[in-house]
Design a protein around this ligand. Structure first.
Ligand code: GLC
Length: 477
């Protein structure tokens, strides 16, 4: 079985968020199955091209047509990877030799180009996969372009497409003129690609992909409702028959407190002294008083409102009134960055604001913290809670999407369940869940028993991979 995995980011080459983790781990796990071969397609960004650690070889170059444009496509391939898992990079410096991945005025054109180039590469290198697995809006045009530009060619017609929604909020919208100006498609494709006043890449994928998946079960139901769907609920309801939710795993080899080289002291469920040392280490490192008796609450997140930052903002002064320590790590909207900076200035002993993206520090915080706060308004899957649990850090989450699927409410009598949860998107409900977790923290015996249970909990990719393979097989008939 040959799978082409198309994404706008994949670690270790390039990563800005959870998609980068999934696009690394899922292909790696898939090829552990004998009959599976995966090639991952990525844009050849500046950050990849300029990194001497990544050795690539030139495969070939050709041109592709986007409307009137005749555009260069260079294809590079990573050297010395296994035959079963290969990485291809689409090179075009005009589109990808830039400092950041997203956020430019011509993002629509850049990723339309990428989608077209991926499809064009197949006949250029004479490699036809059974399945093309696309992810999020950046690769959402692939199923439609496959039909529109390559329909009627048997090698392309037999390829089945899967489209995974990692986050429905970002859909890839462009002005309507894009249809002819950039994609070079005639009006017969208009209704398929149009949604409201613009072209909408994600909407077209929902219509044309053979299968739609979301990264948790609950999210697959939530997005059929307006509250979560960012205006795509009708399209999702029409296509409900082909939607399925599969909760992400984490790479349990990379995220392993027994072996993680980035943390101060390794530990396991057998002995928590290492975790206590990691707590003291992170407190010291971040300039907080080194105290074992105070709960350390961490937040490792993009600082944007749908991650629940508005709730935290609303009750920040109340949080600071408690005997706790709060560590935040992440970047995002200036409003929230400033809120944390200001509050840490006023509460140096309680709040450590790390407004940066730092994977090593992240692991040290996962290991050293007692609790992880994730009060998302919506959460397609969420990886931080899975990583936190693996490091024995108790999650406090809102009951939504993947958080609801992975963090069952803890019964503090029986110790069944995983963490502290709240239902309503309300700041004081969140604070209530935090307070319940803080009280439980002082029940020392039960707390450490629960921490040990969490470390044992295994959210590996084993189960999700079985489900993806089932879907691929079903599509291939
Ligand atoms: C997006 C979602 C997040 C999910 C990740 C990987 O970043 O917001 O919830 O875990 O994709 O699928």
């Amino acid at each position: 079985m040959k799978i082409l995995f198309a994404a706008s980011e994949a670690a270790p080459y390039i990563k800005t968020g959870g998609l980068g983790d999934v696009a690394q781990a899922l292909p790696q796990e898939l090829v552990k199955n004998k009959e599976v071969e995966v090639c991952v397609f990525l844009p050849y960004y500046k950050k990849i091209k300029d990194n001497p650690d990544f050795k690539v070889e030139f495969v070939k170059s050709f041109t592709t047509n986007l409307s009137w444009r005749n555009t260069y496509v260079g294809v590079f391939k990573a050297v010395s990877r296994s035959k079963k898992l290969s990485y291809y990079f689409i090179d075009n410096e005009y589109y990808f030799y830039r400092d950041s991945l997203y956020g430019d005025y011509d993002d629509g054109e850049r990723f339309a180009y990428f989608s077209m180039a991926v499809l064009e590469t197949l006949h250029e290198i004479e490699y036809y996969p059974d399945i093309i697995h696309c992810n999020d809006w950046q690769t959402a045009l692939i199923p439609t372009l496959k039909k529109a530009k390559f329909g009627g060619q048997p090698e392309y017609d037999r390829i089945r497409t899967v489209f995974t929604i990692h986050n429905i909020e970002y859909q890839g919208k462009t002005p309507k003129e894009f249809l002819t100006n950039v994609l070079g498609l005639n009006d017969s494709w208009k209704s398929l690609l149009t949604h409201g006043d613009c072209l909408n890449f994600m909407k077209s994928a929902l219509e044309t992909a053979d299968k739609i998946t979301t990264v948790s079960k609950t999210y697959s139901y939530e997005i059929r409702h307006a509250y979560f769907a960012h205006d795509l609920e009708d399209i999702l309801n029409e296509n409900a028959y082909k939607i399925e939710g599969i909760v992400n795993g984490i790479n349990t080899t990379v995220y392993n407190p027994r072996t993680d080289p980035d943390i101060e002291q390794n530990f396991s469920e057998k002995n928590l002294t290492g975790k206590a040392a990691d707590k003291a280490y992170i407190q010291e490192k971040l300039g907080l008083p080194v105290r074992a008796d105070v709960p350390v609450i961490a937040m490792i997140s993009r600082l944007v409102s749908h991650k629940g930052l508005e709730l935290v903002d609303f009750v920040m002064s109340e949080i600071m009134n408690r005997d706790i320590q709060f560590i935040v790590l992440g970047r995002g909207d200036t409003k929230y960055e400033d809120m944390f900076k200001f509050n840490s200035y006023c509460n140096r002993d309680k709040l450590s604001a790390n407004i940066t993206f730092d994977p090593v520090l992240a692991n040290q915080i996962y290991a050293g913290a007692d609790m992880l706060l994730m009060p998302s308004k919506s959460e397609p899957c969420g990886l931080a809670q899975l990583i936190a649990m693996r490091y024995g850090t108790v999650p406090i989450v809102r009951e939504t999407g993947g958080l609801w699927d992975t963090v069952q409410p803890l019964n503090i009598e029986t110790l069944e369940g995983k963490g502290f949860t709240f239902k309503v998107y309300n700041a004081h409900d969140m604070l209530g869940a935090m307070d319940r977790c803080i009280s439980f923290f002082y029940d020392k015996q039960k707390w450490s028993k629960h921490v040990k249970n969490l470390i044992k909990y295994n959210s590996s990719w084993k189960q999700p991979v079985t489900e993806y393979l089932r879907i691929y097989n079903e599509l291939m008939g």
